[in-house]
Write a protein that binds this ligand. Sequence first.
Ligand SMILES: [Fe+2]
Ligand SMILES: [Fe+2]
Length: 204
Amino acid sequence: MRTEEAQLPLRYRTPADWARSVLQRPLELLNDHAHLEKKAAANALELLNRWPEPNPPENWVAAMTAVARDEVEHLSTVCRLLARRGGRLTKQHGNPYASALRGLVRQGHGPAELVDRLMVSALIEARSCERFKLLGEACEEDPELRKLYRGLWASEHGHYRTFIQLAEQIQPTHAVEKRWDEMLDAEAEIIEAQPTGARMHSGA
Ligand SMILES: [Fe+2]
Ligand SMILES: [Fe+2]
């Protein structure tokens, strides 16, 4: 197992065939990807607003601002690549994977809700990392895409760590660990149940 795989706690392993299959429709995949970057930027700004009272983690605003800035940069990179290859960002976009994850959030439960929101964000980042790695390996003949996916791996992995570290500052360690364990199981079921298609979080 490579180091970067060892760092991801995910409980469903995407088969390598998934990447070869989604790369058959690269414009569709890039469009889906661009929407995810846009949503990740908006999500970071929304979380910024939700800082926990009365004692928010010291780095809350700085961390969320940094994530939002990274995501906007990713969005711009992906959109540029999409346009150069003759594609166009669509107006509509659905993401049943993220919607299902958001359904796990304990709404109206104060710190527990915030921890859940951070964990959902962390799970999406971690799953994206796993997928970027597979995509990078599957597009050896396309240096531009390979560079994109490899570069994003590192950035999204940093975001995954950031969200988990913030969650650890909001509730006691045992509560965070227990919830993370439940979330990892739930995510594995959700990703495995996704329909196939040229999307970052599709089923295999
Ligand atoms: Fe991103
Ligand atoms: Fe990210």
